[in-house]
Design a protein around this ligand. Structure first.
Ligand code: DHB
Length: 471
């Protein structure tokens, strides 16, 4: 009997497909439902590979060949729920099928791995997808790709992750935590391929990360705004339905908001971030300071860019335009305009109702707190997740501790109208990376709410710039 190496990519088992996009014919091969670990615990732990057809006939696409093409690894995770493997033309609401098609048009090899999430369960009814399962699976998929160097088309030294929101956090964490020890045992237990998991580049849209500091950052931004406005999306018959709700923070929530706001100041200061000229970014006890002006500047640059391309930026309160220039942006008025979305605490919800509390549950527990603040003020009987686990899924941990191989190239976008997390959170990530001398393309696109993949041609130009010239 012929021996086959476990997890070896088999290029003979594929389906051919052809689609016409904007009058252009795209032909590709689809390799579907491949195991990326030898001992999966959930059926979701499989991946799909899509390869432009010309790479099997010595052809080129967009200047790339079978061996030089970037390997694009988008994930479908939202809300820290399970994120199934995806495919072009997928009509499911979570799908990024259009992203995959566009990536193939650019000549990228696309690897879409299914990842466990906070509601995943075993047949015995135990939770199997609580933190850090999502990143274990992402790393296992990356190891699969690198293990198959030479078998799988594409350049394993040019892996680019992509995701939005919780999926953006995964993309960023994969980029920050390459080969970190913390995950090794869990990867071995699943039978992950013997390979490294560091990557080349990260594309993260509105990454919901740095969860243990996100509550304080949120109140630093929104303290004083007591009305909250939420939109809930539910999927009924594959149609996304939106319902709105709003309310007022209770007196007790307002008191906690002020406590959290104060707690953000020492956190931010201890990061010792620097602006582009090397000047310290700091906050005063009242929450004002150079770090806030730094965020103002990003918002103003974003408004200016939108204004220059013909948008009415004054539709957003707090923006003053003078002679075709954005003259000023009033922080308080602007925030009142975009409104607060979340209650207090925004992420470690006091009643454990948030997706993040659920993420930090355990095999047998649906949800746990992950900050001592929420644990101390909990509205329900609750346990506290291990500090080391919470830190292990925070990309910032690896930037501070130098215990990993960090991706060289980062593209981070967070909409200027996104209130799912504070602006400070992506700004801290981008600035920390910049301060480490890494290549960072960061912006707060004007008017954008919480979303991703809205500027694919720019994203793919960015990738091409890195990969077409690099040797
Ligand atoms: C997502 C959004 C959130 O506001 C959050 O707290 C966690 C995840 C998301 O869209 O993935």
């Amino acid at each position: 009997m012929a021996m086959t190496t476990p997890l070896r990519f088999d290029e003979t088992r594929y389906q051919s497909a052809q689609v016409t996009i904007d009058g252009q014919v795209l032909r590709y091969r689809a390799f579907l439902g491949l195991d990326y670990v030898t001992m999966p615990v959930d059926a979701i732990q499989q991946l799909n590979v899509f390869v432009p057809e010309p790479y099997f006939n010595n052809g080129q696409v967009n200047g790339y060949t079978r061996v030089t093409a970037p390997i694009f690894m988008p994930n479908t995770v939202g809300d820290y729920l399970p994120g199934p493997r995806d495919f072009p033309g997928n009509q499911e609401s979570f799908s990024r099928g259009a992203t995959i098609l566009q990536a193939l048009m650019r000549g990228y090899v696309v690897v879409s791995a299914g990842l466990r999430g906070r509601t995943s369960k075993t047949a015995q009814g135990e939770y199997s997808g609580k933190a850090p399962a999502f990143i274990i699976d992402m790393k296992a998929a990356i190891r699969y790709v690198k293990f198959n160097a030479g078998w799988l088309p594409g350049n394993p030294a040019r892996i680019v992750t992509n995701g939005a929101s919780a999926g953006g956090a995964i993309a960023a964490l994969a980029g920050a935590s390459g080969n970190a020890d913390f995950f090794e045992t869990a990867l071995q237990d699943l039978g992950a391929a013997p390979a490294t998991d560091d990557i080349f580049a990260v594309s993260a849209y509105c990454p919901i990360h740095n969860l243990e500091h996100a509550d304080a950052a949120y109140e630093w931004q929104f303290n004083g705004l007591t009305e909250w406005h939420q939109q809930h999306c539910t999927v009924v018959n594959n149609q996304v339905k939106r319902t709105s709700s709003s309310g007022e923070l209770t007196v007790s929530e307002q008191r906690l908001s002020s406590e959290l706001k104060s707690a953000f100041v020492p956190y931010l200061n201890h990061l010792e971030l620097k602006d582009h000229a090397g000047n310290p970014l700091q906050l005063q006890a009242d929450g004002s300071g150079s770090f806030r002006r730094f965020i103002d500047d990003y918002l103003t640059v974003s408004a200016q860019r939108a204004l220059s391309t013909g948008n009415d930026v004054t539709a957003f309160p707090g923006v003053k335009v003078n002679n075709g220039r954005v003259a000023s942006l009033d922080w308080s008025a602007y925030l009142r305009g975009i409104t607060r979305m979340k209650r207090v605490s925004a992420f470690d919800a006091l009643d454990l109702s948030s997706p993040e509390a659920s993420l930090f549950g355990s095999r047998l527990i649906a949800a746990r707190h992950f900050t001592t603040f929420a644990q101390e003020h909990s509205a329900v009987p609750a346990q506290l997740a291990d500090t080391s686990l919470v830190a292990a899924i925070n990309p910032l941990t690896y930037l501070m501790a130098h215990q990993s191989q960090i991706a060289q190239h980062w593209r981070i976008r967070h909409g200027a109208a996104d209130r799912d997390t504070a602006f400070a959170i992506p700004v801290i990530l981008a600035t920390n990376l910049q301060n480490h001398g890494l290549d960072v393309d960061f912006a707060l696109p004007w008017g954008r709410p919480h979303s991703g993949d809205y500027d694919l041609s720019e994203l793919f130009d960015w990738i091409d710039n890195l990969c077409q010239t690099a040797t």
